[in-house]
Design a protein around this ligand. Sequence first.
Ligand SMILES: Nc1ncnc2c1ncn2[C@@H]1O[C@H](COP(=O)(O)OP(=O)(O)OP(=O)(O)O)[C@@H](O)[C@H]1O
Ligand SMILES: [Mg+2]
Length: 347
Amino acid sequence: MAKVLVADDNKSVREACQVHLSREGHLVRVAEGESAAIALVDGEQFDVVVVDLWMERPESGMHVLEHIKRQPALLTEVIILTAYGTMPNLARALELGAYSYVPKNVPDVDEYSVIAAKVAEAAAQKARRGILHDMANVLMGFGAIELFPDQTSLSAEQRAFLTRVKHSVVAAQELCRMATTQLRSGTPQLRELASADLAEQVHALSAGIAQMKGVRLATSVSANLPSVLVHEAMAARILVNLVVNAIDASLPGMTVEIGATECSGNVLFAVKDTGTGMSDEVLAHLWEPGFTTKSRDSGRLGGSGIGLHTAREMARQMNGDIEVDSQAGEGSTFVLRVPVDRDDSTA
Ligand SMILES: Nc1ncnc2c1ncn2[C@@H]1O[C@H](COP(=O)(O)OP(=O)(O)OP(=O)(O)O)[C@@H](O)[C@H]1O
Ligand SMILES: [Mg+2]
């Protein structure tokens, strides 16, 4: 059940929306124009606002949208209603953060069913953003690690442990930020990143997991590697996924190697294990979303099978790719290829 505001100057549209959305279990309020909608939004919290573009003024819906998006803490999702065939401001509405739009009076389309479906999607999206937002808050609590005394009283091992926790917290915060901004996905901003720093970061993020499993982690990068052009958090996520998979496939005492080398305009980040390896059957389905051979057991979460699928998608968004070489019983090597930053003077 979501709390929905429907703003439309047409009484029959308001009434039809109210009937349809209430039937779906939503709590519905209505407004007959821009100022009434804004007054209601300021007075109470709505999950979703469905607003007609043209009410008192041709841009009324945009004003309501802008008003809502100026208050990010509201998390309210906005769906714009607009006459069929006249959507001049659609791109701008989406840019401003509208969740979606619904054209009115499209022949042979029941627009109220479309509105109901979009309201349900938007409410789910709002809930996800809320969870992310709260997760970011929880993570902020970990920021207190920074306040830890100069650490001179700690042993080297304790200091290394603390540094690792810090790295993980920063990475998790970055993930929350990414997820929040990319819920309405855009093209990722690519930036120059030192290849050795990326390898180092991935090592730090995976060290705790390796330690728990009793697997050794060894990182070696070629000297004088050029920088790469990547989205830092994405690149780190991809490699951490590969390393976690490699650790999963290994037995205690085995070593997982993270390596980086340059090859014709690219840097190849390799993650190599000597674990289970994969059969042709597994290799055939490897990149499918939801494919996993990891079951829920002994308190482990099991696999969701989205790791590699997402990793490859992200690699391609950064003009790179992932390839695999594996022998059943002998181990696997996954290679992330990403382009060298052409402006890098050391290249
Ligand atoms: N290094 C590896 N060695 C052996 N098998 C692997 C390796 N990496 C991936 N796999 C196989 O590919 C499957 C899919 O991997 P993927 O990362 O997509 O999902 P997952 O690890 O099962 O779940 P999660 O969503 O938690 O990552 C794994 O379940 C496993 O069978
Ligand atoms: Mg995985």
